[in-house]
Design a protein around this ligand. Sequence first.
Ligand SMILES: [Fe+2]
Ligand SMILES: [Fe+2]
Length: 150
Amino acid sequence: MDAITLLKRDHREVKALFAEADELGDRATTARAKLFAKIDEALTLHARIEEAVFYPAIKEKAKARSEERDDVLEAYEEHDVVKSLIKQLEALDPSDEAYKAKLTVLKENVEHHVKEEESSLFKVARELLGEEELEQIGRQIEAMKEKAAA
Ligand SMILES: [Fe+2]
Ligand SMILES: [Fe+2]
């Protein structure tokens, strides 16, 4: 499977987890923390994969194209914002009144980032990398996922 198909599948999975979290009432702190643990695991692996094998490949090909290069550089920065929110949530007691709000802000940041990737960066990737390289990166992604699951 090509890299974009695999990364989009991750996006859908995380979106479903956030939707589940949205259904929880204010007092469902344990259930919310459990969902956050799943979101944390999925997002952390997803970001690690993109930064290891996907973004560098686009960046390499976008050397002489400032707009496409900016897209990749912004994606890295958006990952940093998401990672910082994840760290704050990991350190926060799930019964803290800010927990739910922080999780919502995490969701909003992830939604924004996913939209940028799917509406712009993935198109750039298709154009610059081509189907063969996307398949090859897809195999690297699958290997990283298998290793993480072992
Ligand atoms: Fe990303
Ligand atoms: Fe992504």
